[in-house]
Design a protein around this ligand. Structure first.
Ligand code: G3H
Ligand code: ZN
Length: 318
């Protein structure tokens, strides 16, 4: 099935009142887990690659973009569900440009933070940076969607002052101005979510979703989907969240499976070794086979992703 843009896939989500899962992939097995989950759930799919995996142009971190894209492109060609290939948290214009040139159908220019990924930008800086990417993609021969971010991801705590909450959460009037001046296709907002697990039940400011949705006419995005309790996710989708990002939970599922499989394998080996030594025989060397570890771990990650698709309401939409 041909690739689609974020705009197209989220327009259907808007009409259907559900959210589409956006899942980060880092290698062949996580990519296969994400695609097979979508096939089995008959769900539209947003596959996303983030800079911490491929690095900034000229500075590779875990894997070169072209290597990972080689795998994603092959899987996308075989897919029988609509697929968006999306750059997650693009920290510079060049980073977005490189992904556009590599064939992505959507990019995020995360202008809410400076290039260091920590220091907050002003709304003017954010608008200027994001607009640069929108103007660039609008000159391309094919439509490419752009996701922007207004507000700063981070946990709301009950010890925060009003001021501190205000500086964290997306303000509706800022969101309206940002969308009007940049022309983005989707907007990531801050309403108390953060990347990774939370300390206890998070305080998620659901009102922010409704207030922003009332003033901007484009789909809204939840970052930091891993640790948000299912009941809150469901309310957020009802209020207008149409894209939900999941990264940490895929890694947690994958790593936990590897740990369990490895300890099972070594426990079995040690038991066999003790037995053969008692019999005075040569201890059997352990069987080394990566496929016996990565394969089952891939299946565990796939089941985690399928459960998220069902929670977001996008299962069975294809
Ligand atoms: O951009 C990716 C997501 O925001 C990841 O959030 O690691 O909490 O699932 P998560
Ligand atoms: Zn994120």
């Amino acid at each position: 099935m041909a690739l689609v843009t974020l705009k197209e896939i989220l327009e259907d989500a808007e009409k259907g009142g559900y959210a589409v899962g956006a899942f980060n992939v880092v290698n062949m097995e996580t990519a296969q887990a994400v695609f097979s989950a979508a096939e089995e759930e008959r769900a539209p799919l947003i596959v996303q690659i983030t800079e911490t995996t491929i690095g900034q142009p000229g500075k590779v971190t875990y894997t070169p973009l072209e290597d990972l894209m080689g795998i994603v492109n092959v899987l996308a060609k075989k897919a029988t569900v609509p697929v968006v290939i999306h750059e997650d948290h693009g920290r510079s214009f060049l980073s977005c440009k490189r992904c556009v040139e590599a064939g992505f159908t959507s990019v995020m220019r995360d202008g809410s933070l400076k290039g260091d990924g920590k220091t907050k930008t002003s709304i003017e800086e954010n608008i200027e940076e994001t607009k640069k990417v929108v103007e660039y993609v609008r000159k391309q021969s094919r439509y490419i969607s752009v996701e922007g971010e207004m507000g700063t991801l981070g946990e709301v705590t009950d010890t925060m002052t009003q001021e501190e909450r205000k500086s964290l959460l997306t303000q509706p009037e800022d969101a309206k101005r940002f969308v009007e001046e940049t022309g983005v296709d989707a907007l990531a907002i801050a309403f108390g979510t953060k990347h990774g697990p939370y300390r206890g039940r998070p305080i998620i400011e659901l009102d922010v979703i409704k207030e922003v949705k009332d003033v901007v006419g484009i789909p809204l995005v939840m970052h930091g989907g891993t640790g948000v309790p299912p009941d809150i996710v469901k309310q957020a989708v009802k209020l207008g969240i149409r894209k939900i990002n999941i990264d940490t939970q895929i890694r947690m599922a994958f790593e936990r499976a590897i740990r369990e499989l490895m300890s099972e394998k070594w426990n079995k080996y040690i038991a066999e070794m003790e037995e053969t030594l008692e019999l005075g025989e040569e201890a059997m060397p352990p069987k080394y086979d990566l496929r016996k570890i990565l394969g089952p771990a891939r299946d565990v990650a796939k089941e985690t992703i399928k459960a998220k698709m069902r929670l977001f309401g996008c299962s069975g939409k294809v």
